[in-house]
Ligand binder design. Structure first.
Ligand SMILES: Nc1nc2c(ncn2[C@@H]2O[C@H](COP(=O)(O)OP(=O)(O)OP(=O)(O)O)[C@@H](O)[C@H]2O)c(=O)[nH]1
Ligand SMILES: [Mg+2]
Ligand SMILES: [Zn+2]
Length: 206
């Protein structure tokens, strides 16, 4: 099932472990929850830590534990939806298992994959793990607040990402300080509006 058909704007957040997916979601939800209904599906091998961090913002979150599994698949997500109420005209954020490799290959019915890379990981990651950057529509380069403390060439990183995917949009952000996050919210709002207009047009044509 594609979420767009039911008026839900779903984003699938993918990255290596620890790049800041949950921290980005916590800040995004705190800033957007008065404007959109939001729900979250969290994927990790073990623990409900991330779902608990999300629930502390006041929105509902469902944790999927994949055990030995290293990614979410559409079947796991559809089972989760039986337990999570996702309102029409809402945002659904899916945080995938921290893994920069195989989540690239799994379509969860989302509108877009958002790949998160942090400035402590090295600017060569898009070249080493090209599938994830090729499968994504937006890259958030997170932890920009740490740039003064690490050797990381932002320009080279963005160039590497665009070599792999010339259509990738990129934003430099900090989930800690909030730098760059307004541009991410504008991206969400514009893309969600476009998806809603598309699904209204499709419904009218039926
Ligand atoms: N300095 C700094 N630290 C950050 C930022 N975003 C996240 N962190 C820290 O990075 C660590 C990992 O953040 P998480 O949000 O748990 O990362 P994650 O991608 O959800 O990790 P997994 O779910 O394990 O894959 C935590 O200690 C965060 O506080 C940021 O923008 N700046
Ligand atoms: Mg997380
Ligand atoms: Zn996997």
């Amino acid at each position: 099932m594609r979420f767009e058909q039911s008026g839900v704007f779903a984003l699938n957040f993918v990255s290596s472990p620890g790049s800041g997916k949950t921290q980005l979601l916590v800040r995004t939800i705190s800033d957007l929850k008065d404007r959109f209904p939001i729900s979250v599906i969290e994927g990790d091998q073990q623990t409900s830590n991330d779902a608990e961090r999300i629930r502390a913002t006041g929105v509902s979150a469902l944790q999927i534990n994949t055990g030995k599994g290293c990614h979410l698949d559409a079947h796991m997500v559809s089972r989760a939806l039986a337990e999570l109420t996702v309102a029409p005209s809402s945002l659904l954020f899916i945080e995938n298992v921290g893994n920069l490799v195989c989540p690239a290959a799994f379509d969860l019915g989302e509108a877009h994959k958002v790949v998160v890379l942090s400035v402590t990981e090295g600017e060569d990651k898009p070249l080493k793990y090209p599938e994830m950057f090729a499968a994504s529509d937006l890259m958030l380069l997170n932890k920009s607040d740490l740039l003064p403390h690490v050797e990381f060439d932002v320009g080279r990183c963005l160039a590497n990402a665009l070599k792999v995917n010339p259509d990738l949009q990129t934003l430099v952000v900090s989930a800690r300080t909030g730098e760059g996050m307004a541009a991410f919210y504008a991206w969400i709002e514009a893309r969600a509006a476009r998806a809603a207009a598309r699904s209204a047009r499709a419904a009218a044509a039926k």
